[in-house]
Design a binder for this molecule. Structure first.
Ligand code: ADP
Ligand code: G6P
Length: 507
C-alpha cells in the first residue's frame, strides 16, 4: 500500500515539558507509543496528537516538534489543548470514565456530564486538525479511547475518505458498557468509522453484542462485518488485531554492549538470588498492590523463598492529577514497606521499588536480568511489557507469570504461567513454581513465547490491519493461535504442563 499513513492519537510520541526556564522534549510513555513509533519510523507519515502541554509564552512548539520529527523520521502535527480542555477531555471523560469503565471498574467512574461536552469539543478539534492536514490518498488511522467521536465529527465537516480505528484497551461486555450515560452516542460514533480493530476476540465479541442489543436497525453478519441500515448502506468491518512490539529492535537492544554491561552490574547486585521483575505505569488496572501482597504471601508461606528471591517493581508516574492515581501510589508504598518490614534481614531487602521512567538501556538490562517477569493486570488491552520481556530473553530462559485478564494471555498462554490476579494464594503459588522451575522447562516455555512474539510482531499487526482495511470483502480472520480466555483456565496452583500436541521447540 503506497498511501501515506496519517496516524491520530491523543498523545504524540514526544511530550514537551518545562524545566525551569527551559522547554524540553522526552518520549511519551505507554504501549500505544511503544508500538506505533517503529511503524511510523519504518513507513514514514504524519502523526497528529497532543504534545502534553498548552501553547505558552517562550515556547516554540512548532520548532521543537519539527526537530523531534526530524530525529524520529516522520512528521508531527500538534493539537493544542487549553488546561480546561485537558481537564475535561483527557483527565475527565477519557481517564475518569472510559478508562475505568472499559477495564470493568465502573465503581471508579465519575460520570460528570461536563466531561462529555469537553470530550465532544476536543474530538471536534482533532477532526479539524485532521481536515487541515489530510491528503487525498492518506490512510487515516485513529487510535484509542480518547478519540471515539472523531469519525462522526469528520463526517459532519464533509470528509468522505475511509477512516480506520484501533482500540488499544479492552471493550467491556454490555452489562458494564450500558452503565455509560452516553452509550448510544458512543456506539453510533464508532460506527462512523469504516474499520474497527480490537485486540482480542473477546473484546470484539463484547462490542458486537453491544451494538446488536442497543443500536436499532443494525445487523451483525458473518464473523467480521456489521451492516448498517443507513442510506446509503455501508458496511463497517470489525476485526481482531493483537498489537505487538518491534521484536528485533528489543532483541538487538538487549544484546547490545551497553545493555550487556548494565545487565552484568544488576546481576552482581542480586548475585545468588532470583530476580522477579514488575514494570508498569502507575495504574490501578495493573494489579500492583495485588502483586505485592502475593509476593508477601509467598514469602510468608514458603520460607525457602526467603533471601532467595527479590522483587524489583518499577513504576512510571502516570495521570498524576487524578486522585485515584495518587491514592494508588500511597497504597503501593505502604504495602511495599509492610512486606519489607516483615521480611528484611541484613543483606536482603525483599522488594526494591523504583518510581521513575527508565531509559531503554536500563529497561532492557532489567528484562535481561530478570529470572521471572510478573505481568498481572486486573484487566489490560494487551500489556506489551510481557512481549518486551520475551524479546529481551535472548538466552531463551526465564519465566513469565501472566494474568488471565491481560490481552496478551489470548496468544501467550501456552508458554506463560497464567494466574488470576485476584487470587492471592494462587499468585503466591505461581511465584513459588516459577522460582523452582527447572531450566529445561523454563527454556521450552520461553522458546514458545519468543517464537510467537517474533512471528506476530508489530509489523505483522500493521500488515494485517492494512490488508483487512484495503480488502472490503475480506473476511477479517482472527490471528492464529488465539484462544478464548474462558477456555483457558488452568488449575491455579500448579504450573500447567505444555500440551502434548504442541511441537517441542527443543527438538
Ligand atoms: P500501558 O500501555 O497500559 O502502559 P503496556 O504494557 O502495553 O501498558 O505498555 C507500557 C509501555 O511503557 C511499555 O512499552 C513499557 O516498556 C513502558 N514502560 C512502563 N514502565 C516503564 C518505566 N518505568 N520506564 C520506562 N518505560 C516503561
Ligand atoms: C495506554 C493507552 C494509551 C496511553 C497510554 C499512556 O496505553 O492505551 O492511549 O497513551 O496508556 O497513558 P497517558 O495517559 O499518559 O497517555
Amino acid at each position: 500500500m503506497s498511501s501515506r499513513l496519517l496516524v491520530v492519537s491523543n498523545r504524540l510520541p514526544v511530550v514537551i515539558e518545562q524545566h525551569g526556564e527551559q522547554w524540553c522534549s522526552r518520549p511519551g510513555s505507554g504501549g500505544l507509543v511503544t508500538a506505533l513509533t517503529p511503524v511510523l519510523r519504518q513507513r514514514g507519515g504524519l502523526w497528529i496528537g497532543w504534545p502534553g502541554t498548552s501553547v505558552q509564552k517562550g515556547l516554540d512548539l512548532d520548532g521543537m516538534l519539527a526537530e523531534a520529527g526530524e530525529a524520529a523520521g516522520f512528521n508531527f502535527a500538534a493539537v493544542n489543548l487549553t488546561s480546561d480542555e485537558r481537564d475535561g477531555f483527557y483527565y475527565g471523560f477519557s481517564n475518569e470514565i472510559v478508562w475505568p469503565l472499559f477495564h470493568g471498574l465502573h465503581t471508579r467512574c465519575n460520570f460528570d456530564p461536563s466531561f462529555w461536552k469537553a470530550y465532544r469539543a476536543v474530538n471536534c478539534k482533532f477532526a479539524r486538525t485532521i481536515k487541515e492536514n489530510v491528503q487525498e490518498n492518506d490512510f487515516i488511522w485513529v487510535h484509542d479511547y480518547h478519540l471515539m467521536h472523531v469519525a462522526k465529527e469528520l463526517r459532519e465537516v464533509g470528509l468522505r475518505q475511509k477512516i480506520s480505528f484501533f482500540l488499544h484497551i479492552p471493550f467491556p461486555p454490555p452489562e458494564i458498557f450500558l452503565k455509560m450515560p452516553w452509550r448510544f452516542d458512543v456506539l453510533e460514533a464508532l460506527l462512523e468509522f469504516d474499520v474497527l480493530g480490537f485486540q482480542t476476540q473477546g473484546y470484539r465479541r463484547n462490542f458486537t453484542q453491544c451494538i446488536s442489543s442497543v443500536v436499532p436497525g443494525l445487523s451483525v453478519r458473518g464473523r467480521g462485518r456489521v451492516m448498517t441500515t443507513k442510506t446509503p448502506r455501508r458496511a463497517v468491518q470489525i476485526g481482531v488485531f493483537p498489537i505487538s512490539i518491534d521484536f528485533e529492535e528489543f532483541a538487538d537492544k538487549a544484546a547490545s554492549e551497553e545493555t550487556t554491561a548494565r545487565a552484568g552490574e544488576i546481576r552482581e547486585e542480586f548475585a545468588g538470588r532470583k530476580l522477579m521483575l514488575g514494570v508498569d505505569r502507575l495504574d490501578y488496572t495493573k494489579g500492583i498492590p495485588e502483586r505485592v501482597k502475593a509476593f508477601g504471601d509467598a514469602l510468608d508461606r514458603y520460607p525457602e523463598l526467603r533471601e532467595k528471591v527479590t522483587l524489583v517493581q518499577v513504576v512510571v508516574p502516570s495521570r498524576t492529577a487524578i486522585h485515584e492515581y495518587q491514592d494508588l501510589k500511597a497504597e503501593i508504598e505502604k504495602l511495599v514497606s509492610e512486606v519489607n518490614g516483615r521480611h528484611t534481614v541484613p543483606g536482603w531487602v525483599p522488594i526494591h521499588y523504583v518510581f521513575r521512567n527508565l531509559d531503554r538501556t536500563e529497561l532492557t538490562a532489567f528484562y535481561r536480568t530478570a529470572d521471572i517477569m510478573s505481568v498481572t493486570p486486573l484487566r489490560d488491552g494487551m500489556n506489551l511489557v510481557a512481549k518486551e520481556y520475551c524479546a529481551c530473553r535472548i538466552e531463551n530462559d526465564g519465566v513469565l507469570i501472566l494474568s488471565e485478564f491481560a490481552g496478551t494471555a489470548a496468544t501467550m498462554h501456552r508458554g506463560a504461567l497464567l494466574v488470576n490476579p485476584h487470587d492471592q494464594e494462587g499468585m503466591a503459588d505461581a511465584i513459588f513454581n516459577a522460582v523452582m522451575m527447572g531450566k529445561k522447562e523454563r527454556q521450552m516455555r520461553m522458546r514458545i513465547l519468543r517464537q510467537g512474539v517474533r512471528k506476530f510482531d508489530v509489523f505483522w499487526w500493521l500488515d494485517m490491519f492494512l490488508k483487512a482495511s484495503n480488502e472490503q470483502d475480506a473476511e477479517l480472520a482472527a490471528p492464529p493461535e488465539e484462544y478464548d480466555l474462558l477456555a483457558l483456565l488452568p488449575p491455579p496452583s500448579v504450573a500447567p504442563p505444555i500440551p502434548a500436541h504442541l511441537p517441542d521447540p527443543t527438538r
